[in-house]
Design a protein around this ligand. Structure first.
Ligand code: CDT
Length: 314
């Protein structure tokens, strides 16, 4: 069986607050067709791909913010995308705001799904590493209120067997945490798919603008190499109603090298013919987990979240 697949990243330019979900879906369908015309069997769309990045705004009640959320799969807004993808036989990763009645209450998550080439939902992930705050910090002209609108994901870092191979998912800030990728690599992930909305300006800590894209690339390239797997990273970027977000969508080979990158901050498709066997030698040699990992020395990774006191560490 061929281990090579043409896989695409469909970067989205800005989605304005006034833009409808139907317009965003139309834009994704156009990219889906473009990817298919280039031979792609899968396309990766961004985090929260149906609306503007609404956690930058302060809303008080669900009545104000529920319009950004989706219920059911496919939700009514997603249906045209599901239908066209299945017609073309192209699988996809999609990020969206999920609202679901569970355990007798309404729950909200920052979620992504994998939809296989036949239109079936192959996997779901709920974002674990939520950045920002639950209360406004009010020192910038925008906020980052993911902790206000979403619960911490409860599904863990799973991997999913699809028609093109075993895929692991994460979302935006998750990519900065090596634990994210290692947990999925230990389940045999061959590909990591992720979407992101990364503001160009860090409102929590002033830093040179170039570091935002540098840290993004550093994280995904390291994740690919250290786990011998492909990474597909898809931005929603450009200025949404004046609020700038980085581009830099990329396809990273298991060698850690970015083999395709977007050029701008608008809707853009990049594709690569990905050899899933390319990481085999890495996983057999320097990162042969079974031979070289020393779990007896890794206990603190799951025993503590923050840095422990020096005395206690002895
Ligand atoms: N969407 C998302 O997770 N964005 C974060 C911004 C961090 S700064 C509050 C990111 O890691 O890119």
């Amino acid at each position: 069986m061929s281990r090579k697949h043409v896989i695409a990243v469909g970067q989205l330019g800005p989605i304005m607050l006034a833009e409808s979900k139907a317009e965003a879906v139309d834009r994704m369908i156009a990219m889906l067709r473009e990817a298919h015309a280039q031979g792609a069997v899968w396309i990766v769309f961004p985090e929260l791909a149906l609306t503007t990045f609404f956690p930058r705004y302060i809303y008080e009640t669900p009545e104000e913010y529920d319009r950004f959320f989706e219920e059911g799969l496919p939700s009514p807004a997603m249906r045209p995308l599901f239908a066209e993808a299945a017609r073309l036989g192209v699988g996809f990763y999609l990020g969206y705001a999920e609202k679901v009645a569970e355990g007798g209450r309404m729950r909200r998550f920052n979620t992504s799904i994998l939809v296989d080439r036949d239109g079936t939902v192959a996997g779901k992930y709920r974002k674990v590493h939520l950045p920002g705050t639950s209360e406004p910090v009010l020192k910038a002209d925008f906020e980052h209120l993911e902790k206000r609108y979403f619960e911490v994901g409860d599904l863990g870092f799973n991997t999913f067997d699809t028609s093109i191979g075993r895929i692991g998912m994460c979302i935006c800030n998750d990519r900065r945490w090596p634990e994210t990728f290692r947990v999925m690599a230990l389940q045999g992930a061959e590909m990591f798919m992720l979407g992101y909305n990364t503001p160009t300006r860090n409102i929590h800590h002033p830093e040179p603008a170039h570091l935002r894209e540098f840290h993004h690339r550093l994280s995904i390239e390291a994740a690919a190499y250290q786990n011998g797997a492909w990474v597909f990273a898809s931005a929603k970027c450009g200025a949404e109603d004046g609020f700038a977000m980085i581009g830099g969508s990329a396809i990273v080979a298991p060698t850690g090298e970015s083999v395709a990158r977007t050029a701008g901050e608008a809707d853009e498709v990049i594709c690569h013919n990905c050899d899933l066997g390319l990481g085999d030698y890495i996983r057999r040699t320097v990162f042969d987990f079974g031979r070289h990992r020393r779990i007896e020395h890794y206990g603190l990774i799951t025993a503590t979240t923050g840095v422990i006191e020096r005395e206690a560490a002895k």
